[in-house]
Design a protein around this ligand. Structure first.
Ligand code: FAD
Length: 388
């Protein structure tokens, strides 16, 4: 369950569900290949890939799940099946993006992606932190970058805003990457060349090292995540940050004095190029949303707290706050009404947002492969297929 095996002639990496992203990259690096796993070392391949999966190779290879050639699974009746383009194709498609709704995945056979230079298995990436006063200009440059997605499928940029009670400071940062290991790619220049930088960690390094650099040891903490998606719009991103300041004020007022917490928002671009790689073989339902070259803005709020008691106080506040953003997005006519499953809170219902046709496919596959609904009724964790 926790092995990574590379079949060179077939170009397939077989990954056990117990593997975590950092180790996967380390183990296959010397073969000159990479797979679409997580960007943080501790992220498990199993849930990450089954629920979608945003890797550094998202622009060039699509979602993590788009790169699964075969799932080996144990169904509720104990049968072991393979789901791929030739065998149980309906299950293969349904399993790409719907998480744990059909069975226990015991092996993920993934497409091996060669490094630009397999003898130098590195990518070029790193974080840049900017002075808070740069945020308007940065957001405008970032949005312009997202719209040039078709020009450079190797580069990506995630934008993040963070508040921490310990420093009582707001931080603006981006994590940039170029998976072809090209330093200072032209498309990233507007962000790299921007003034007001407080720190710049850009360099060539191994995927494993980057996943460890961005790792935050947060297993003993309490996390509240909510996510939503909008058509990319600089004014709306800046609006989320005006609101973010209000959220922090509300949390400070509600939590006992001296409580430590951090509040982070991340912003990714869902580009038509990234979506195009699935060729209709996942159930995420994004094809129509990116029609006419529309770029999406995947929003995540992540509040991290020290105790379950603090989480209980903060949860209704963060949930209500996130609803305000969604309403504002709807009022501006940019709300996609789509939530990324791997970023969603248990109170959200991401699968229902995959679109009627995909939900129908999921119900059909569930009736066929799990007729007694074991994974709908008895499974304690994860998001279910909406009932009719
Ligand atoms: C610090 C951090 C960084 C992250 N970074 C990223 C990122 O860069 N990109 C991104 O896309 N996401 C990211 N995520 C979100 C991540 O993808 C999800 O948290 C995902 O659920 C992690 O999977 P897991 O296997 O570790 O978790 P688990 O809690 O073990 O699994 C989550 C769900 O997946 C399903 N599942 C797990 N194993 C199996 C299996 N063997 N068979 C069938 N179903 C299964 C189940 O429904 C389960 O409830 C990050 C999360 C954290 C905490």
């Amino acid at each position: 369950m926790n092995t990574t095996v590379y079949d060179k002639p077939k170009g397939i990496v077989s990954i056990g569900p117990g593997m975590r992203s950092g180790r996967i990259y380390d183990e296959i690096m010397d073969d000159g290949i990479v797979v679409t796993a997580g960007r943080i070392s501790s992220v498990g391949a199993a849930g990450f890939i089954a629920g979608g999966g945003i890797s550094y190779h998202w622009p060039s290879h699509g979602w993590g799940c788009d790169n699964v050639i075969n799932f080996e699974m144990i169904l509720a009746n104990g049968t072991i099946v393979n789901a791929n383009e030739q065998q149980n194709r309906d299950l293969w498609v349904a399993q790409r993006g719907s998480s744990g709704n059909f069975g226990l995945i015991t092996r993920y056979d993934m497409r091996a992606i060669p490094y630009a230079n397999p003898k130098v298995p590195l990518i070029w990436a790193g974080a840049i932190e900017y002075d808070w006063s740069a945020k308007e200009e940065f957001v405008n440059r970032w949005v312009a970058f997202t719209k040039r997605h078709a020009l450079d499928m190797n580069s990506s940029s995630m934008l993040q805003f963070q508040y921490d009670t310990t420093s009582d400071k707001w931080q603006l940062a981006t994590i940039l990457s170029n998976t072809a290991n090209m330093a200072n790619a032209t498309t990233l220049q507007p962000m790299i060349s921007m003034d007001k930088q407080l720190g710049n960690g850009l360099r060539s390094d191994t995927m494993g090292n980057f996943t460890r650099e961005f790792f935050t040891d947060a297993n003993d903490k309490y996390h509240i995540w909510f996510t939503s998606t909008y058509t990319v719009d600089p004014n709306f991103i800046l609006y989320t940050q005006e609101q973010h300041q209000l959220l922090v004020q509300q949390l400070r007022a509600a939590l006992p004095p001296g409580t430590h917490f951090t509040s982070l928002t991340t912003h990714h671009a869902i580009t038509p190029t990234a979506v195009s790689h699935s060729k209709g073989t996942n159930v995420l339902g994004l094809e129509t949303r990116v029609a006419n070259d529309t770029v999406g803005h995947l929003f995540l709020i992540w509040v991290q707290l020290e105790t379950a008691h603090h989480e209980a106080i903060a949860l209704p506040i963060v949930q209500a706050w996130h609803k305000i953003l969604e309403h504002e997005g709807s009022a501006r006519n940019i709300n996609w009404n789509w939530a990324y499953l791997n970023y969603a809170h248990g109170l959200q219902d991401p699968v229902s947002m995959y679109g009627e046709e995909n939900v129908r496919k999921l119900r059909k596959a569930s009736n066929k492969y799990d007729p007694q609904g074991v994974f709908q009724r008895l499974r304690g964790s994860g998001f279910k297929i909406p009932v009719k």
